[in-house]
Design a protein around this ligand. Structure first.
Ligand code: B12
Length: 221
């Protein structure tokens, strides 16, 4: 696929996400990958862009929750189609550090969290996905159960920032104290620091490098 073919194909993919056309999204993801488009580019310029467009329509009151849900389902189906292309080779898979990941209590926005999972797994981290609306105590229980040293939290709403703060506080009280990274649209580096987190990621793609920088070595070590 040449440059303009690639752009056209990603534009059509973004539009299909925006319109919530799940089957078309999956077919277009596969076609883009077969045409040689980088999986990360398919995620960023196709799927994420389409979701952003749907969000803008929602904010302009042209879309309502049902349309938004269709768009998010189409986006997630696309993510499943792209994820295998990002997977590490058999030999590195599962050898990485364990990350407990979830969306904090009161929040059901899961797309960002799911993207973080895809990116971490693509770089060899083992991810324990706690899902959405997770109470602070459950995160801490899971960290203990898995012997995990890294906690990654996501939220998309300002109203759930107190739940994120409480989760970070509780994690801080546990022994051994995990590294905590946070992300999501309402956060900034300053806010993340104020919440007591060790790291902040603006995008899902930044999660692996942030964790590596905090741990001081890659998951292979
Ligand atoms: C899709 C969506 C929904 C879908 C979610 C579907 C799903 N399965 O997830 C549905 C329709 C269910 C929904 C419901 C609601 N929503 Co909504 N939703 C959105 C929307 C349009 C997009 C969010 C999204 O998925 N973006 C795409 C992803 C890829 O982006 P992202 O989450 O930001 O993640 C990126 C980064 O932030 C980062 N990241 C995220 N987490 C993490 C974590 C780590 C560790 C790292 C490193 C990085 C990272 O990586 C990601 C990719 O790079 C936003 C508006 C917008 N434009 O963002 C509103 C929005 C978040 N929703 C909003 C609201 C109010 C609601 C509802 C309360 C509406 C209602 N009246 O019921 C409910 C919430 C219910 C609840 N308790 O949670 C508000 C929140 C306002 C606020 N400031 O608090 C927003 C901002 C819309 C608005 N402007 O009013 N929503």
């Amino acid at each position: 696929m040449d440059g303009s073919g690639m752009k056209e194909s990603l534009d059509a993919l973004a539009r299909a996400v925006m319109e919530g056309l799940e089957e078309e999204v999956v077919a277009r993801c596969r076609k883009s990958l077969e045409g040689g488009v980088e999986p990360r580019e398919v995620l960023r310029e196709g799927l994420c862009r389409g979701m952003r467009l749907a969000g803008e329509l929602y904010e302009r009151h042209e879309y309502f929750l049902p349309e938004l849900l269709l768009a998010s389902e189409a986006m997630q189906a696309g993510m499943h189609a792209v994820a295998p292309a990002l997977r590490p080779s058999e030999s590195t898979e599962g050898e990485g550090a364990t990350v407990v990941l979830g969306v904090v209590k009161g929040d059901v926005h899961e797309i960002g969290k799911n993207l973080v999972k895809v990116m971490l797994e693509a770089e060899g981290f083992r991810v324990v996905d706690m899902g959405v609306d997770v109470p602070p105590e459950r995160f801490v229980e899971e960290l203990h159960k898995r012997g995990a040293a890294i906690l990654a939290l996501s939220t998309m709403m300002t109203t759930t920032l107190p739940a994120m703060r409480r989760t970070v506080e509780l994690a801080r009280e546990t022994e051994p104290c995990p590294l905590v990274i946070v992300g999501g649209a309402p956060l900034t580096p300053a806010l993340a620091a104020d919440l007591g987190a060790d790291g902040y990621g603006e995008s899902a793609a930044s999660a692996p490098s942030i964790i590596r920088a905090l741990v001081g070595s890659g998951p292979e070590s």
